[in-house]
Structures are given as C-alpha cells and as structure tokens.
Design a protein around this ligand. Sequence first.
Ligand SMILES: C[S@@+](CC[C@H](N)C(=O)[O-])C[C@H]1O[C@@H](n2cnc3c(N)ncnc32)[C@H](O)[C@@H]1O
Length: 358
Amino acid sequence: MKTAHSIYFADAGHMSEVSDGSIDLVVTSPPYPMIEMWDDLFRKMAPDINKSLSTQDGSGAFEAMHRQLDPVWRECFRVLRPGGLACINIGDATRTIDGHFALYTNHARILTAARDIGFTSLPCIIWRKQTNAPNRFMGSGMLPAGAYVTLEHEYILILRKNGKRNFLSDEEKRQRRESAIFWEERNHWFSDVWFDIKGAGQALPDAQERQRSAAFPFELPYRLINMFSVRSDHVLDPFMGTGTTMAAAMAAGRNSMGYDTDPRLISAVQKSAHSAMLPTNQPAARRLARHQAFVEQRTAEGKPLKYTNELYGFPVVTRQEICLQLDIPAHLVQTGDTRFEVSHEMARIPFKYSLFDN
Ligand SMILES: C[S@@+](CC[C@H](N)C(=O)[O-])C[C@H]1O[C@@H](n2cnc3c(N)ncnc32)[C@H](O)[C@@H]1O
C-alpha cells in the first residue's frame, strides 16, 4: 500500500487545492485566540485585532481573532465528504486585560461557528494534560474569594458534516473491517476524558523560526485518525504547524494534506516525516505488544477471548477485530519540495500468538 502527503504554505481560509467532498477527516489545532504567543500572528491578520488589543478591549479582540478562524472552518465543511468528521483541539485562554481577569471560551466560540456553518456537534473529549509542573494557582492564593480554578485541560471538539458515513461497496466494507481498533483500545480511546497524553516538546529545529512550535503530541492525532477514519482515507490539517498530523497519518496508513501560512516550518515538517519512518517510532508495533499483554492478563483472569484475528493469529475479544490489520510506514520518498510518498507494510513484531512464530 502507498499513501501520498502534500503540504501547502498558504492560507487555509482558501484551500483551492482541495476539492469539495474529498476529505474524510480533519484533525487540527488552530492558533488559540487570546493566548499571548499568538498575538503577533493575529495582529498581522486584521487591523481591528491590533486596535482591540491596543485599546485593552478583550472581548473585541477575542471576537475579531475568531473571525479570522471562521473561514477555515467553512473551508473544512466544504472539503469534507458527507459523514466526514472534524476533530479540533482547542484550549480556552485566561488573561488579565486592563486589570480584568477573564476566561476566553475559545471552544464555545468555535462550536457556535461550527453550528452556524452546518456541522453537527458530537460528544467531545476533554484532554486533561499531564504535567510535571506544580499547580500554578491563579488569584488570591489561600484567601477566598478571589482565587481562580487552574486551567489544565483542553478540548477535542468532534464535528460531523451531515449524518453518519456510509460504507456501501465491498471494498469500503473491507477497508473498514481492516481498520478496526482493538476492543481494549476502544474502551480507553472513546472515553470522554484523556488523562494519559502528555503535552509535546515545543522545540523547533531552526533558530529563526518562532520560539515555540505549539505542536500537539503525536499520540493525539494518531489516536483520532484511528478512531475516525479508515486505511487509505484522506486526512487534512488546515493548521499543520510542524506536520504532526501528517506524521500520524503516515504511521496509520492514511493519505494527508496540510496547510500552514508559515513557510519557515518546512524543515520541521520534513523532520516529522522522517521521524515517522524510524523503527523506534512505530505506534503499530507498540499496539501489538500492548494487545499481547492484554491477552495474557485476560487469559490469566479467566475471561473470554472468543475470536481469532485472521492475519496475526492472536485471540481477540470481538468478531469485529478478526480482520484488523496494522501497518507501518516502511519507505519515504520525497516526490517534490512539499510532497511525500510512503510505502507501507504490515506491522510485525515477535508475537506470542502470531503466525510469524511458526
Ligand atoms: C497551534 S499551531 C499547529 C501546531 C500543529 N498541530 C503541530 O503539531 O505542529 C497553529 C498553526 O496554524 C498556522 N496558521 C495560522 N493561521 C493560519 C491560516 N489562516 N492558514 C494556515 N495556517 C495558519 C500557524 O502558522 C501555526 O503554525
């Protein structure tokens, strides 16, 4: 199997390279309005943002920044297929402006815009970030009533274009069965609070680029891609940044497209593509190993594993997992400055229940 990955350094408010209805899944994280690291970027986008920030008008700046993101959500709706999903990682912002401390509810503003565009909201995920830093208390410390709750979570909003996606042809049904996730992963991944994913390192490879990447951790798009798309699908990240979504799509055997307005990120994107190929970076191998541990534990507990996966020969809990197949990206070819092609092969690890032990 081969997949193609293209990146465009252009405004995602006009994704002219992407045809209507051609994308199966959007996974993204925009610049967060009212978080100071993005002020300069937003100031350059529209004079009213600069004016609101300069005159200490927090609500005006918040709304004006979101008006810059709205066209991108409209474009996402256009390019998604019916039944396609958009997963948007966004955090709210706390900020004191003109002596007035407030929460700027980015997630709520995006949900309102998405509803007006025509998206259906589905239950979302709270990403409770693991942090090693001690709690940063905000406000009056131990004294009531001027202390503020610490903001340590972000959202993954899940939106759908139209109703449920249909898998009609035999080929579509086969792809879907092969893209099944393990029963034990389903129980964990489809929980509405994710506790187990740490924030990503924020270093960028080139000193001239902005100081922090604002990248999300690889596991976040990788999980979402496996939850909400099937093998060979097309995944789009309109705010690609360092290309984490592209790397996750490569690791999961999906095609991808990414947009970013900052061309200085090219080396970071190339680094992400190459690191997705490293044998030590293969989430599929880790998933197989985790399944092996799960099988051992479940067997020890005397709980049933009624079915056998046809490809690997290991036991699984449900019938839906018998065609499950995991791929790893085996070979990367750069077919242009901003294009990559990846050949995939079946993930194989030394596995107790695997056919390959025979
Ligand atoms: C939060 S970062 C994304 C980080 C990314 N998820 C990663 O893992 O590296 C948001 C990115 O959106 C880009 N951006 C901002 N406005 C944009 C627009 N209108 N079109 C495309 N990219 C944009 C910024 O340059 C920035 O790299």
